[in-house]
Design a protein around this ligand. Structure first.
Ligand code: GLN
Ligand code: ZN
Length: 769
């Protein structure tokens, strides 16, 4: 059995420095390349990754390089390997590319697996569907082939596989599963397949395997922590006893292991445990640790800061006090950060010196590993350099701006509160004169090829600013006219000026930087380029006001101003780590508050502030949730509470678990909240009714994720159901979400049906009153 290396990372970005994987996979989907070409391209990408990691300081043959590639998603890979795709995929079974992509994307005949967010990140995984009858069987050898491929190339790498407890804990029951069924009940049936998988990996030459078990840190999963810990004890007793297997590293990032899970893993017959020392502390001594390697996740896998390397070293030293071998590691896989900050020619050099993307983080791990092997003296210069960068960052212009701090320092509770809702409602009804069941949309209209091409030409300098603005104004005029034709009640300008709902604001606020190549996988072949919030935030000039006022000038109907809320801006950016999020959120909120005020002054009577990420940032630990809700809800209120009673504030949330977040939604105190209801429309309406929520609410009446056009009867049925469960005066009529990914054909047809249905139901209500 080989010992564990002194340093490692838990995973590496798989999309490629120039999103090569996206291009490969999408070419395959489009039929431009065949399966062989795709597999060859992916193999080249993996080979380049291994070489790069060795160059950055990881060992070629000591298992410190993780084999963490995935064509689409790591949870799907594990699901496929254990043969657990739902029955509707029976005809594409196996671990072929066809099976993989059918499960990921669906096809004409069947729905794909559902997608949801991976712990408290913005990465989405595919949800396994497991029932009492799901058959498990080792399927294919994708993981083993990658190990063998690395061996052939002179590397001994460490395959990374989602562990059995997490795979089941993240699964949802199949439709056939009886009430009360938990996928974890199937653990004993699944484990023999993992035993076979381990043997296969060993056979291929793996000396270590990494089994990812982040479920063991969470208190937000359906299964309670005690049950998860018991499952871990059971699982690793069985896997540890396997006759032929690599040494096992169980990795649990994203937060601190629960006490029960820590005790279970320490007692289990595995050789190493990776823990998150960024979001967690050095755990208490516990029985069974002797001889196990502890991989201290001291390099943050979730942000892009170079950070406090000396502090990281200190944490490793404290971990050593547990009396067992220690290795340096990342807190999570690096899949959540971009590849390389040296690949950012346009970023300010001083800012770059404070940053670490994946490659720089690998370098940090290599430094810490050297410290472990050779003693602190060997790395003093590196620790000092990081400390100096940190000091430079603290004192650099823009990081702390007195005027911004004076403003947040002077806030009082009045700044967070609007007047009484009943008075607001009366003032708004008088001001807006809207009918019952007002119809509206969530903000964006289709981002057509024309729009994307015009933006690209503007970025390349082929269109002047004046020409580009002219183009956008024409687009807005077209969208306003279309909405007038359709007979919608509250109009939008369509958001053609935005590439992305967060980046657009980041580009227009001080305190943010935008990257050129800083792509991070969001799901499958999709990646986003989060902005970097590095300094105190303020708004140098109005951002959306010219667009909204132009749009309002074209119509007598109310034009809704559209902003992205402070919590979402934080959630989808890389945020400074040198002050509490609450402080940063208030700065962003004040900048937005100025924008809201300017919109109001310019005659915009309705402003929507989107917070689709409110749920996603909810901490995994129950104890941390109240403080989060306090500051997140507070920052939204700060952004919106400056307006007159007659100005109507809307918000939009992109999920349907209304029951889970009702307290937060009520806390936002928006006048109108639109929510997604795609999964089960009826349920959402019932949840709203049961909650007693008394403000305006627009449960989406059709799903915008597919081109399907809802017919009038369907929308009418939903609206009738809504007005019988909720006060008709509360109900708004809107789609689930923005229309930017849709085409015009289905958008026009859907909205026409939406308006027809609202008009019909409204007529019956008008008769009743
Ligand atoms: N206003 C945004 C849009 O319509 C909202 C999108 C979102 O919440 N994800 O595109
Ligand atoms: Zn949405």
């Amino acid at each position: 059995m080989t010992s564990f290396p002194a340093g490692t990372i838990l995973g590496y970005p798989r999309i490629g420095r120039r999103r090569e994987l996206k291009r490969l996979v999408e070419s395959y989907w489009a039929g431009r390349i065949d399966a062989d070409e795709l597999e060859t391209g992916a193999r080249d990408l993996r080979a380049a990754t291994r070489r790069r990691l060795a160059e950055l300081g990881l060992g070629r043959d000591d298992s410190s390089i993780p084999e963490s590639f995935s064509f689409y998603d790591q949870v799907l890979d594990a699901t496929l390997a254990v043969g657990a795709l739902p029955a509707r995929f029976a005809d594409v079974a196996g671990d072929s590319l066809d099976a993989l992509f059918a499960a990921a994307r669906g096809d004409a005949a069947r729905a794909p697996l559902e997608m949801t967010k991976w712990f408290d990140t913005n990465y989405h995984y595919l949800v396994p569907e497991i029932g009492p009858d799901t058959a498990f069987a080792l399927t294919g050898d994708r993981f083993a082939r990658q190990v063998a491929e690395a061996r052939a190339d002179g590397f001994t790498t460490r395959p990374v596989v989602v562990g059995p407890v997490t795979l089941l804990a993240l699964a949802k029951p199949t439709d056939e599963a009886p009430e009360g069924f938990s996928a974890l009940d199937r653990l004993d049936d699944l484990l023999p397949v993992y035993v076979e998988l381990l043997a296969q990996l060993r056979e291929a030459g793996a000396e270590w395997v990494q089994l990812d078990e982040p479920a063991l840190v969470s208190e937000s999963l359906p299964a309670p922590a005690s049950e998860l810990a018991a499952a871990a004890a059971r699982a690793y007793a069985v896997l540890g006893a396997a006759a032929s297997r690599p040494s096992i590293l169980v990795a649990a990032g994203y937060a601190q292991l629960t006490d029960a899970a820590w005790a279970a893993l320490a007692a289990a017959p595995v050789e190493a445990i990776a823990i998150d020392l960024v979001r967690g502390d050095v755990p208490a001594p516990v029985a069974g640790l002797e001889g196990k390697t502890l991989v201290g996740g001291v390099v943050n896998g979730r942000n892009i800061w170079r950070g406090d390397l000396r502090g990281a070293w200190g944490a490793l030293e404290r971990l050593r006090a547990l009396g067992t071998p220690v290795a340096a590691g990342t807190s999570t896989s690096l899949q959540h950060v971009p590849h390389d900050v040296q690949d950012e020619p346009d970023l300010d050099a001083r800012l770059v010196s404070w940053l670490a993307f994946a490659d720089q983080k690998v370098g940090q791990v290599a430094v810490l590993a050297r410290g472990i092997e050779q003693g602190e003296a060997a790395i003093t210069a590196d620790l000092d350099a990081a400390t100096a960068a940190l000091a430079d960052r603290r004192s650099a212009p823009g990081v702390r701006v007195d005027a911004v701090r004076a403003r947040t320092g002077a806030l009082s509770s009045d700044d967070f509160t609007r007047g009484d809702y009943a008075a607001r409602q009366a003032a708004q009804e008088a001001e807006l004169g809207l009918p019952l069941l007002p119809t509206t949309t969530i903000g964006s209209f289709p981002q057509t090829g024309d729009i994307r091409r015009a933006r690209a030409r503007f970025v390349r300098g082929e269109l002047t600013e004046a020409e580009y603005e002219e183009f956008l104004r024409a687009e807005i005029a077209r969208v306003v006219e279309l909405q007038e034709d359709l007979g919608l009640d509250v109009l939008v300008h369509g958001e053609p000026e935005r590439n992305d709902m967060v980046q657009y604001f980041a580009e227009n606020l001080d305190g943010f930087a935008v990257t050129a190549n800083g792509w991070v996988q969001s799901y499958g072949s999709r990646a986003t380029r989060p902005s970097i919030l590095w300094g105190d935030v303020s708004r140098p000039a109005p951002i959306t006001v010219p667009w909204s006022t132009y749009a309002q000038s074209l119509t007598a109907k109310p034009m809704k101003g559209m902003l992205t809320g402070p919590v979402t801006i934080l959630a989808w950016s890389f945020v400074r780590d040198d002050q509490p999020l609450a402080e940063t959120a208030n700065q962003v909120a004040l900048a937005l508050r100025d924008e809201v005020a300017d919109l109001e002054t310019a005659g915009i009577r309705i402003v929507q502030v989107d917070e689709p990420a409110l749920r996603e940032l909810l901490p995994l630990k129950a104890a941390d949730q109240p403080a989060y809700l306090e500051w997140s809800v507070g920052s939204f209120r700060l952004a919106t509470a400056g307006v007159a009673e007659a100005t109507q504030i809307h918000t939009h949330l992109c999920y349907s678990e209304f029951a889970v977040v009702i307290d937060a939604i009520a806390g936002l105190d928006a006048d109108v909240t639109s929510i997604e209801a795609a999964r089960s429309r009826g349920e959402v309406i019932d949840d709203v009714a049961a909650s007693g929520f008394g403000h305006g609410v627009g449960p989406g009446v059709y799903d915008i994720h597919s081109p399907r056009v809802p017919d009038v009867d369907e929308v009418e049925g939903l609206l009738r159901r809504a007005v019988s469960a909720i006060e008709p005066r509360q109900v708004w009529v809107n789609p689930d979400c923005g229309l930017k990914t849709r085409g015009y054909e289905e958008t026009t047809a859907s909205l026409r049906n939406l308006v027809t249905a609202a008009t019909a139901v409204r007529a019956t209500l008008d008769q009743a009153v």
